[in-house]
Ligand binder design. Structure first.
Ligand SMILES: [Zn+2]
Length: 581
């Protein structure tokens, strides 16, 4: 049962989609047809999800019109498309146009630059650009014809071109079945650079070389991932670098990860994000959470897998820094949630009547990660790796609920006493963080913590030349956590020593705004404003605007937001609208 999809009311099923869409950059619409191959199972009615679509007609394979209706519009779920008399029908062809406000799609026409558009379908936004069974629990294959302006390239979560076509027409094929939230389309003036035989990167010309350098270790990551949990099932692994307004760090669209340009730091220090999206090729894309209540099945496994890939490629002293940061993040998030929404600190969520986007928090990612890490620590790495490899193999191209996973865990790995020792039920169904949250020992962070002490005493820390982004993040967070209320001079001193306000590294900037805001270090506000206008990544926006709000500077936040809002994707706008009223 997926409470976020009308398709659950349908006995009829669909298993292949053919899309034929034209992208109109003037009107900000996609229009054309979505043709679904139908297995009626003797049912008369097929339900599909839509939101804001203008449906022109529905026809069967002989071009005969089928009667259809749309249910009343729900602000989160949209309208169910009910198609009748489909008992003997082999396919339904739906002619439609998207709304210019379709939430999945961002149309960008920056001054003096080429236009760009991209979609973000997760969690339930696929229905704003395709009438579809918009639930992660159902899979289908697809083919597509996409028509775009002549000078642009179209790319999808499918087999992709590496060069622009003469006529602006592109054909796509996705032979492996996927759920709707992995439907993806991007159109822009992009080029391609190979990274290895099976991996490559797409980006606009001015950042293509930088991106290819930054992601040069992608093949090493694929090799490491395969050695851990079995062969890569999607043939190619390419990365598309999107404009900075992309609301997420990355989106694991199969065969083509969508990535924020904010991870191009110039020193390969933020490529854990690529390991994360790559790991989704197993956890998420191959074995998929059945509903958004089971989101941790996608993300907890993926963070665990990401850290294992990073350990294999860069060593455990590196990956343990990632784990230590995860630990800080989840402790903070849980503390915060326990005040206002304690139910959401459970791994298994209940998002009935809510936007499934509410489930996107550190809980699914990092609490999920630490649960799996605890299982590993309890039974030993070798046994856990063998179990995970079998798990992915046994459920490939399938869906997984929390309960089915727990049954599988009980049947194939844990004894009753191990189950009790771990406290599996408390971890999955309980609120907060259990007392046996794994510890993380990071020697490199221990050195950073000493540097924090030194800085707080007013002395410039030594030995920071070799620090990675993660060490700087730990340092900034450490200072911020321990600064007294009158820490403004320390903040100014740190900026003078290390030039944080002018860093080219988005993670460092986002962390830095916290002490800047807390101590009203207004000298850095112009840089902060620039950052908030240029970058649309929600992970950076939310804590920054929230910090302004919580320190009685909401007017500052609103003034910046007013300027920045037009360049944000709808996903980020929605969150900031709520936050800033
Ligand atoms: Zn993820």
């Amino acid at each position: 049962m997926d409470v976020h999809s009308s398709y659950q009311n349908s006995d009829a099923r669909v298993n292949h989609l053919s899309l034929d869409l034209k992208a109109d950059f003037d009107k900000h619409t996609l229009s054309g047809t979505a043709t679904w191959r139908v297995v009626s199972n003797g049912a008369d009615v097929l339900y599909l999800d839509t939101r804001g679509l203008d449906i022109h007609s529905v026809k069967d394979e002989n071009g005969e019109a089928l009667s259809f209706s749309l249910s009343e519009d729900d602000s989160v779920l949209g309208s169910a498309l009910r198609i009748e008399n489909i008992r003997d029908v082999a396919q339904v062809s739906i002619a439609y146009t998207t709304s210019s406000e379709a939430e999945a799609i961002q149309w960008l026409e920056p001054q003096g630059r080429s236009p760009f558009m991209f979609t973000q379908s997760q969690a339930i936004l696929a229905r704003t650009w395709i009438p579809c069974p918009d639930s992660p629990g159902w899979r289908f294959t697809y083919s597509a014809t996409i028509r775009v302006p002549n000078n642009l390239m179209a790319l999808m979560s499918a087999e992709n071109p590496t060069e622009k076509s003469e006529d602006g027409i592109y054909h796509f094929e996705m032979k492996q079945n996927i759920p709707s939230y992995l439907m993806a389309l991007a159109i822009g003036d992009v080029g391609f650079a190979p990274l290895s035989e099976r991996a490559g990167v797409y980006a606009e010309a001015e950042i293509l070389d930088k991106a290819a350098w930054e992601f040069a270790e992608t093949e090493d990551m694929i090799v490491a991932a395969e050695a851990l949990y079995g062969s890569y099932e999607w043939e190619r692994y390419d990365i598309l670098v999107l404009p900075a307004s992309f609301p997420f760090g990355g989106m694991e669209n199969p065969r083509l990860t969508f990535a924020t340009p904010t991870i191009i730091a110039g020193d390969r220090s933020l490529t854990a994000l690529i390991a994360h999206e790559l790991a989704h090729s197993w956890s998420g894309n191959l074995v998929t959470n059945a509903t958004w209540n089971d989101f941790w099945i996608n993300e907890g496994f993926t963070v665990y897998f990401e850290h294992r890939i990073m350990e294999a490629v860069y060593g455990s002293s590196y990956s343990e820094m990632l784990s230590a940061l995860s630990r800080t993040d989840v402790i903070e998030e849980v503390e915060d949630f326990m005040k206002s929404r304690p139910e959401d600190t459970r791994l298994k969520l209940d998002l009935t009547g809510r936007n499934p986007d509410d489930g996107v928090s550190r809980i699914a990612y990092d609490k999920g990660y630490f649960f799996l890490r605890l299982v590993e620590e309890t039974i030993g790495r070798e046994a856990f790796d063998a179990f995970l490899k079998d798990y992915f193999q046994a459920h490939r191209f399938g869906v997984m609920t929390t309960e089915r996973f727990l049954d599988y865990l009980k049947a194939n790995l844990l004894s009753e006493s191990q189950w009790e020792q771990i406290g599996v039920d408390e971890w999955v169904y309980g609120k907060g963080l259990p007392g046996n949250l794994p510890q993380v020992e990071s020697e490199r962070f221990a050195l950073v913590d000493q540097a924090v002490e030194r800085a707080l005493e007013g002395n410039k820390p030594e030995g920071t030349d070799e620090w990675t982004t993660h060490e700087w993040l730990r340092f900034i967070q450490g200072v911020h956590a321990q600064l007294d209320t009158d820490g403004r001079n320390t903040v100014a001193q740190l900026d003078q020593w290390f030039g944080f306000s002018h860093s080219g590294n988005s993670e460092i900037l986002a962390a830095w705004w916290q002490p800047v805001i807390a101590h009203k270090y207004t000298e850095a506000y112009p840089q902060m404003e620039r950052f908030l206008i240029d970058v649309g990544r929600r992970k950076f926006l939310t804590p920054t605007y929230r910090a302004l709000k919580e320190t009685s500077q909401i007017e500052v936040a609103r003034t910046i937001y007013e300027k920045a809002r037009p360049s944000y994707h709808a996903v980020s706008r929605q969150t900031m609208d709520l936050l800033l009223g």
